[in-house]
Design a protein around this ligand. Sequence first.
Ligand code: NAP
Length: 301
Amino acid sequence: MNIIITINKQSKVPMENTNIAVVTGANKGIGYAIVEQLLLHPTKYSVFLTSRDTQRGEEAMANLLKKYPEFKNRLHYHQLDVSSSKSIDNFVQWLEDNQKTVSLLVNNAGIFYQREIRPNNGNFEFVDFLPPEDTKRIIQTNVRGLIELTEKLLPYLADDGKIINISSLAGELWWQGEAVQNWLSDSRLTRQGFFDLLDTFEQAAYKQQHPALGYFGSIYFTSKAFVNAYTRFILPRLLKKNQTGFAVHPGWIQTDLGGKEAPGKIDDSYVSTLAIVNLSLEDSLKLSGRYFDEFGKLKDF
Ligand code: NAP
């Protein structure tokens, strides 16, 4: 095998061009835990911890390197704000300049405003509409940014590369009205049709009129439903023969996003992701485009 060794300009550490994993939003919470698990994984990934804020990312790097000094040649950092085209382009240019291919992309970065939703008897009830700027931020980060990064990274995805979208139970279609369920589960959904639906949803949501179209009140919940529809219908058509893509629910986990009342601990949060990482190529190809619960079990969207 031809192994190219180059210097990672940002971390100044020599790295091999084999089994590179990239995790977005990895300075804390579930993304950070996934980085740690990928370092410990027998595949011996070269892991890119990425974050929108460089200082927070470097603090996370320092914490991990303190815990695992033995991984200093396999842990790398790059700034990556998935809501910024410039930041995405910068990262992709780095892959180009350094002739890197990515074996695993974990699209983990996400935002949620807790004032939208309140837990109620083991379920959640919608509480309040968000102002347009927060609505825009959620859709930009959770949906548009995830897609922009994914599609710009595709030319650098290994021939058997995997993409794991950290979605949520919140994205399951039963939260949505019948019309939305039909639109987002239609196997004829095109990429253009997907973005037309997203635009219509976003415009309605700015005026707090999206429930009238059949959407659940929470922008976060619907953002994850769009991530699922993209994973199910659009992404598979963009992938090469042995490349695969999945959506997973990490569990309701105690993080800044999940809140203190969440039943799951951080060590529960990577079970579903690792289940997908561990799939053989044969099983990956059979299951590509599907959605998995927090235990790594196949589930309906
Ligand atoms: P978290 O602790 O709040 O961490 C979210 C991470 O995403 C942070 O590193 C944050 O960076 C980053 N981020 C936000 N906007 C970003 C952007 N534009 N570009 C790059 N990174 C960005 O949340 P978490 O619970 O770990 O959530 C991780 C993923 O799991 C999310 O996609 C979330 O929707 C999903 N999820 C979580 C739960 C749960 O119960 N926790 C349940 C279902 C799904 P900063 O530190 O700079 O803000």
